[in-house]
Design a protein around this ligand. Structure first.
Ligand code: NI
Length: 227
């Protein structure tokens, strides 16, 4: 499932993030690429663990914890510290798949990448190109979202970023390991939770069907989740 999550960051938070990262020193993006993707990748990145990346990453992680739609869709177990990239002057990232296991440079933190996240930090009008294109069995899906919005997609997907021909595309990207490894199971849980929330809004949380369905949700989660 590919999911658009609106307004993870407010415009004010986006401005705050941009102020910090725009003033920082950027390096060649190939530092985080695997062998195959290094051939396809042309962009700039903030060094992993740099003060600007840490400070801005904290803002993003705090915002995600307070975003019910993200928590419901991702069921996060471990979230990789957010990284930041910038594409300009014809830069792009050709078709690739993200590495299955990601270790954080200089730390003992390691995750299995179940979901890939891109949080847009530039408005779509600020640049031409720079679309994220994700391929699955239903074809190609495109994302170029307002600043502060995020897209979540299975890390198993082939994906690419088209050439930026005007302006600069600035974004945060990271991965997470979900409590529910299987994308199909995770999608069902998200759909069930969303339906329960809609029903509860109509009938109230004490409604007998809402209580029953909530029980089923938790029993499925208990069956499928690792914590
Ligand atoms: Ni990628």
């Amino acid at each position: 499932m590919m999911l658009h999550i609106e307004q993870v960051l407010t415009k004010q938070q986006v401005a705050q993030c941009r102020q910090v990262i725009d003033a920082a020193e950027w390096i060649d993006g190939n530092v985080t690429a695997g062998q195959q993707s290094a051939l396809a990748k042309r962009n700039m990145q903030l060094p992993e663990g740099s003060p600007a990346a840490r400070q801005t990453g904290e803002i993003i992680l705090d915002a995600l914890e307070r975003c019910p739609r993200f928590v419901s869709a991702a069921l996060p177990l471990k979230v990789f510290p957010p990284l930041f990239n910038r594409y300009a002057g014809g830069q792009s990232f050709g078709i690739h798949v993200d590495n299955a296991i990601r270790a954080y440079t200089g730390g003992n933190f390691r995750i299995r990448t179940d979901l890939s996240c891109t949080l847009f930090l530039a408005e779509p009008e600020e640049y031409d190109g720079g679309e994220l294109i994700v391929e699955d069995t239903y074809g190609e899906h495109r994302a170029k979202l307002p600043a502060g919005d995020m897209v979540l997609y299975p890390s198993t997907s082939l994906h690419r970023v088209t050439e930026v021909t005007r302006g600069a595309r600035v974004a945060s990207f990271f991965w997470l390991q979900s409590m529910v490894r299987d994308d199909g199971q995770r999608t069902l849980l998200f759909q069930l939770d969303t339906t329960i929330q809609q029903l509860a809004a109509e009938k109230g949380h004490k409604d007998a069907a809402v209580v029953q369905l909530t029980g089923i949700y938790h029993n499925l989660l208990r069956r499928w989740a690792d914590s």
